[in-house]
Write a new protein. Structure first.
Length: 301
């Protein structure tokens, strides 16, 4: 393997890893806020891709509006699901009854509802790809060749991650969301509306998934079934970095993208499909909490 191929593989892995990190962030935000693993996360990404495709194809809006429309639509969808379904599960639970499993099953049901709902539209029957946001000749960064679309993906992903960091560290709402995710009971005791904060967390996470769908839809073929593999990669990224650490998830996503590409050029392109499973097993064996995860927390479900 030449050094040029190595550098090119790493650069391509960073592009893919940035998208994995965004999707993983959407999963971890919900997990930190409500202890619920959102198994419909991949379907939210798929829905965002189709929302972007519809906005670009039928409404003929500029690309930046497609991102905004996908984010807003997914924000409200996630918030509505949290308000109607998850809060409904909590209200109907008997005193002392554990509802975590029921809420996880609700997200599984939502994934099938989204896939079935998308298939009702005729234009989703064929595998499609979003038009490229940027065109022009590739640019050379040393020995690495980059397309403008790849640079846009990395730039938008990093900008979103930076915006999230500023939001959680510098704004009052972000600090309240962090407090709610760290200790909901203590947050409620000091007057923080925990249910409202969890609704915001669901909406924000689903908006991030929607933007991720528009980003990845220009790189990968979009179909009603492509959310499943994306969700697996998001889980792998979250497990690598630590399911409770937002910075760790970003590192985990980028590492996973690089590892996949290196496996593809050193072993076989067919081995890329099993790479996430191998990575998950290795991390669970040697460092179950992930690279930047905290201490183990044992909980009955």
């Amino acid at each position: 393997m030449s050094s040029m191929a190595l550098y090119q593989s790493i650069a391509s892995g960073i592009v893919s890893g940035c998208v994995y990190a965004l999707v993983a962030l959407s999963v971890v935000l919900i997990f930190k806020a409500s202890d619920v693993v959102n198994f419909a996360g991949g379907e939210f990404v798929m829905l965002g891709a189709f929302a972007g495709l519809g906005a670009l194809t039928f409404l003929e809006v500029p690309y930046f509006l497609a991102y905004a429309m996908a984010a807003v639509a997914l924000f409200f969808l996630g918030a509505i699901f949290n308000k109607v379904v998850l809060e409904g599960v909590l209200k109907r639970a008997k005193h002392g009854q554990r509802t975590l499993v029921a809420m996880v099953i609700a997200t599984l049901g939502l994934s099938y509802v989204i896939k079935g709902g998308v298939r009702l539209f005729s234009f989703t029957e064929e595998v499609r790809r979003l038009p490229s946001a940027f065109s022009g000749p590739p640019i050379f960064i040393g020995p690495v060749v980059m397309q403008w679309q790849d640079i846009a993906i990395v730039s938008i992903s990093l900008a979103l991650m930076l915006a999230l960091y500023i939001f959680f560290q510098k704004t009052l709402t972000g600090k309240v969301l962090r407090a709610t995710s760290q200790n909901p009971r203590a947050a409620a005791l000091v007057g923080i509306p925990v249910q409202l904060m969890q609704l915001y967390s669901w909406g924000l996470a689903c908006a991030i998934a929607g933007v991720s769908g528009v980003l990845i839809g220009a790189k990968l073929p979009v179909s009603p079934d492509f959310g499943g593999p994306i969700m697996l990669l998001a889980f792998a990224a979250a497990i690598i970095g630590g399911f409770t650490s937002l910075p760790g998830v970003v590192i985990g996503g980028i590492l996973l993208g690089i590892i996949q590409n290196l496996v593809g050029i050193t072993i076989s392109s067919t081995a890329i499909a099993v790479t996430p499973f191998v990575v998950i097993m290795l991390v669970l064996v040697f460092r179950p909490q992930g690279l930047l995860g905290g201490r183990h927390r044992i909980k009955k479900v």
